[in-house]
Design a protein around this ligand. Structure first.
Ligand code: ZN
Length: 116
């Protein structure tokens, strides 16, 4: 990754985490593959978005729906079960707290990278 490419990504949000909206530190921000590499996302600036280490870690190799699910549950104070565990427990009648999580790029009206 060239420094110029990092700047292109940084400027997509002017230094705000693409997902949670916190102000990023120029020295420690990370770049996330918006569309996961495992789902055919590219390794170019078009698919890379600036985000904080926490969001990048929570998103892992998952997609945007998975991140929204995890951040919504975290926001609601739910325990950190995996989606598979939650689906199973839900099928047994367990109700988990869940809040809607709106990503920064959505509230800011930024068009996210799209698959081609
Ligand atoms: Zn974040």
């Amino acid at each position: 990754m060239k420094i110029a490419d990092g700047i292109i990504c940084w400027e997509k949000t002017n230094g705000i985490c693409f997902y949670c909206g916190i102000k990023l530190d120029p020295g420690t921000f990370t770049l996330d593959h918006f569309i996961p590499r495992s789902s055919g996302g590219s390794n170019t600036t078009e698919n890379l978005v600036p985000c904080c280490k926490s969001c990048n870690s929570v998103k892992g190799t998952g997609d945007i729906d998975r991140l929204r699910f995890n951040l919504g549950r975290r926001k609601a104070g739910a325990p950190a079960f995996s989606k598979v565990q939650v689906d199973w427990l839900t099928s047994k009648g367990v109700v988990f707290p869940m809040e809607t999580f709106v990503f920064f790029y959505e509230s800011a009206g930024i068009v996210p990278p799209s698959a081609h």
